[in-house]
Design a protein around this ligand. Structure first.
Ligand code: NAD
Length: 505
């Protein structure tokens, strides 16, 4: 976005999207700055790896505690550059702290050297060691600027990598603060660096330098990242968008399901990758559900405040508000019914949009299949579980889903049939704080997983060491002694037997 760049071209200027007030600026990096940052990160990384996981964990532990000591500053910074409500800024802090806490407790287990079976019992063995990639790069979006630039960097650092982060050009200040806190916690400043700037100008040179790239953002950019990473044959992860469905069947507790819809759809003003954008509601309860939802949505408090009195904030920018409104206006013009909302709240500011519910959305409307990434939900009546599952799965995306049926067994059965990386039962966004559970997408929603064992192991490459007894020149030497049908039969019999003996395979 050129409007973010200061007239002399040297800085990115950040404005509060709710008030328009200038809240800070950061230095833009050139391609040479990116190369320089990666070179410093590469020089610093081997000693960090050699220091061992316990020394690395000490830094993360201090960082975890610092988050709470500096809580007010963290929340103010996140709020000022995103316009989000204070409690949503707090959830960003808690999620980063939760990620640190989880990997401090379980990281060394996920990274531990493993003993494995060798080619044959008794005479061979195997060990698997996990080594860091080296320099890990991150390219991150604006919707959760603190979580998405800092939380993934924590397991990468704990695994022994150095890190270079390119945060969104729209929200660089939260990442800036996160990195300062990591350095304050004792991390060498070459091990965690920021390169600020617009996507292609800074992101592309970054991919050219690093050994792993972790990308979070849109599917359109994700494709470009995958191509660039593929050119260099470096491992990568892509955490992309969604068009996430919710299923509400006739026995669902309606008021609770309405609350689930409100959180799923309007949290962070719908600017959440796992946000609910489609709701499939059993036809027998459809009108009742829509009416209850309308009443609750109209009770939401919109605005911007550093206090705790706001339920929903603004869009990240005027441009993004225009994009969201274009989906709503097109649907309206083609015959969808706006149950509530559907307009801008210019009384609050040019980036505010009323939380919106629609019915009668059809295939001719962009709203039906494209990610809207705003406070807008389409509700569709369905005849039962079969139709709900079929329509939930009928999407190019596959990130997240939510199921409400009133019966755990029914919800569990439906959850198993939904083709997304995560499915919630009686909840909608819980996955992000389920740190022990892999999270990510299928189809156009991404490649790779964060959290759990995969969320730290992805920052390592396995190094396999296989060994053999020395007798007869080792395993291959023993095999080379098979020189008659009799010996071949003996070997085949031994192989057959090992499959039958429990514990040997
Ligand atoms: P975006 O793809 O426009 O930008 C993301 C990042 O990529 C930014 O830092 C941007 O500067 C950079 N970038 C853009 N073009 C680039 C290029 N050619 N080369 C290298 N870097 C480039 O996404 P956005 O608008 O900032 O974020 C919103 C999107 O992110 C939504 O689609 C949302 O669903 C997705 N998202 C996904 C997750 C997840 O975990 N799956 C989480 C949050 C957001």
């Amino acid at each position: 976005m050129s409007s973010l760049v200061a007239p002399d071209g040297a800085e990115l200027v950040v404005h509060n999207p709710a008030t328009g007030e200038r809240v800070g600026s950061v230095q833009r990096a050139s391609a040479a700055d990116v190369r320089n940052a990666a070179a410093r990160a590469r020089r610093a990384q081997p000693d960090w790896h050699k220091a061992g996981i316990h020394r690395r964990a000490k830094v993360l532990s201090r960082f975890h505690d610092l988050l709470f000591e500096r809580e007010e500053e963290v929340l103010d910074t996140i709020q000022r550059e995103t316009g989000k409500p204070r409690r949503e800024a707090l959830v960003e802090l808690l999620t980063v702290a939760g990620t640190a806490s989880y990997y401090l407790a379980h990281g060394s287990r996920h990274l531990a050297e493993e003993s494995h079976s060798g080619a044959t019992p008794f005479i061979t063995g195997a060990r698997v060691i996990r080594r860091p990639h080296g320099v890990t790069g991150f390219i991150t979006p604006w919707n959760y600027p603190f979580i998405l630039s800092i939380a993934d960097a924590l397991p990468a650092l704990l695994a022994g990598n150095s890190v270079v982060i390119k945060p969104s050009e729209v929200t660089p200040l939260s990442a800036d603060l996160g990195v300062r806190l990591l350095v304050h916690a004792g991390l060498d400043e070459d091990l965690v660096q920021l390169v600020h700037g617009e996507g292609p100008e800074v992101g592309e040179p970054l991919i050219a330098e690093v050994d792993y790239i972790g990308f979070t953002g849109s599917a359109a950019t994700g494709r470009k990242i995958a191509v660039a990473a593929g050119e260099r044959l470096i491992p990568h992860s892509l955490e992309l968008g969604g068009k996430n469905p919710m299923v509400i069947l006739e026995r669902a507790p309606l008021d609770e399901a309405v609350d689930g819809l409100l959180t799923g759809a309007f949290y962070n003003s719908g600017q959440t990758c796992i946000a609910i954008e489609r709701a499939y509601v059993h036809e027998s309860i459809f009108d009742d559900f829509v009416e209850r939802a309308r009443r609750k949505v109209e009770g939401l408090r919109l605005g911007y405040s550093l206090a705790w009195d706001i339920d929903m904030g603004c869009m990240i920018s005027r441009e993004h508000a225009d994009k969201v409104m274009s989906h709503v206006e097109e649907a309206d013009s083609k015959g969808a019914e706006i149950v509530t909302g559907g307009d801008r709240r210019t009384d609050l500011g040019e980036t505010f949009i009323a939380p919106t519910l629609l019915t009668g959305v059809d295939e001719s409307m962009a709203l039906c299949r494209q990610e809207t990434f705003g406070p807008v939900v389409s509700l569709y009546p369905v005849s039962g579980a079969e139709e709900a599952v079929e329509r939930a799965n009928d999407s190019a995306y596959g990130l997240n889903a939510s199921v409400w049926t009133g019966t755990d067994a029914v919800s569990q059965a439906i959850a198993r049939r939904i083709d997304t990386g995560s499915v919630h039962i009686n909840s909608s966004l819980l996955i992000y704080n389920s740190f022990d559970v892999p999270m990510g997408g299928v189809k156009q929603s991404g490649v790779g997983r964060r959290h759990g064992s995969e969320g730290i192991q992805r920052f390592t490459r396995t190094h396999s060491i296989v060994s053999s007894v020395t007798t007869g020149g080792g395993y291959e030497g023993i095999l080379s002694k098979i020189d008659s049908p009799k010996r071949a039969r003996m070997l085949s019999k031994a192989f057959k037997l090992t499959r039958r003996i429990p514990g040997l395979r």
